[in-house]
Design a protein around this ligand. Structure first.
Ligand SMILES: *Cc1c(COP(=O)(O)O)cnc(C)c1O
Length: 372
């Protein structure tokens, strides 16, 4: 019995093995292991990939660090409030809380699973400083509406694009614009299972503001611009040269991987639309958005039944995420909505299937068909 991997990193490594091994060997032989020419080259390539003039990429130790560093660069202070989607991975809310500020949870749209801009205005107080928008499962948040709310209340937007580097959205001029360019600052993650992943932890910060870029770079390196002179209290959060070399190889293949991902997502979509087993609906991708499909996520009316079928067919699955952030024990002390919201309901329906550029979607569908 062949076990289906949830994300097939082994097949990806086999596909690029010669290139990867050559790049890895060069770094190991170079004597430069943190920062250095590989990291500098990667930062240039990342910024170029976002297709925006005068744009900066600053790498760091993880996506979570990238969020914390960005919030620090934006000068978030204890007592401040930041609006965060109620349905997402914990990191954006965690980073706000780590800096002594308070995450305020805004509900999501039940079809796109993205933050609902109309839920933001009613949560703004004099303490609100900004919004963290998450490009969930690889789909860009609704930035035109978010920018309107942000401007109305004088807030910044931090774009959490941990799952969406390379995604696009049509902007107000009907032009394709890349993820990581919508926020005043943006971040991505190179955690191994993200669409652009390395072989350990890694992350990057993006901005077109040279002062914020400089500040982020300084904070990631002990608050220091020149050796042993510390402008601010910073972090040790730098990218390894080995990870940069791996990312530069994978970046070269990203476009072709994305086109494989779209085709595979379409095959899943077509199958589930007509499937007679359990009523399931994929995350809605808004017209003008192109997702990275960091996760292929469905909403199942009867998730228990769907899980029984998947288990019988020996298909792995994940629940992203089993509860809204406002229900997490670590945020129990904050005030929360008393009514059940979309985030709560959606957390009971979501289920993600095996997915990446190397997933054999056809054989998964055949297995499902053989059961139900
Ligand atoms: C993965 C992820 C992060 C954190 O990235 P790490 O590199 O694992 O620290 C932050 N936000 C979201 C939405 C994520 O999915």
């Amino acid at each position: 019995m062949v076990v289906i991997p949830f994300i097939d990193l082994k097949s990806q490594r086999i596909a690029y093995k010669e290139e990867l091994q050559k790049a890895e060997q060069q770094v190991l032989d170079s004597g430069i292991y943190i920062g250095g020419p590989q990291v500098e080259a990667l930062e240039e390539e990342l910024a170029l990939s976002c297709d925006k003039q005068d744009f900066f990429a600053v790498t760091c130790g993880s996506g979570t660090d990238a969020l914390t560093i960005s919030l620090s660069a934006l000068n978030l202070q204890p007592g401040d409030q930041v609006i965060v989607p109620d349905f997402t991975f914990i990191a954006p809310a965690e980073c706000v809380a780590q800096l002594g500020a308070t995450p305020i949870f805004a509900d999501i749209n039940p079809n796109t699973l993205l933050i609902d801009p109309s839920e933001i205005a009613k949560r703004v107080t004099p303490k609100t400083k900004g919004i963290i928008a998450v490009d969930l499962f690889g789909e860009c948040a609704p930035y035109q509406e978010l920018r309107k709310v942000a401007q109305q209340y004088g807030l910044w937007i931090l774009e959490d694009s941990a799952q969406a580097f390379g995604a696009t959205q049509k902007n107000s001029q009907e032009k394709k614009q890349y993820a990581c360019t919508f926020g005043d600052m943006a971040i991505t993650s190179f955690y191994p299972t993200k669409p652009l992943g390395c072989y350990g932890d890694g992350g990057a910060i993006f901005t077109s503001n040279p002062h914020l870029a400089q500040k982020a770079r300084e904070l990631a390196n002990h608050g220091s611009r020149s050796r042993y002179l510390h402008q601010s209290v910073g972090f040790n959060s730098r990218l390894d040269a080995l990870q940069a070399a791996v990312l530069r190889i994978k970046l070269r293949h990203l476009e072709e991987e994305f086109s494989m991902r779209y085709k595979k997502a379409k095959i899943y979509d077509d199958f589930f639309m007509n499937w007679k087993g359990v009523k399931v609906t994929p995350q809605h991708i808004i017209d003008g958005n192109v997702s990275t499909y960091a996760q292929y996520t469905l909403l199942a009316e009867n998730r228990e039944r769907f899980i029984q079928i998947l288990t019988k067919a020996e298909i792995p699955y994940c629940i992203h995420y089993p509860m809204p952030l406002h229900k997490q024990p670590c945020f129990a002390h904050l005030t929360h909505p008393t009514q059940e919201n979309n985030s709560q309901q959606i957390s009971q329906k979501v289920i993600s299937l095996p997915f990446c550029a190397f997933t054999d979607v056809q054989s998964i569908i055949e297995k499902i068909n053989s059961i139900a």
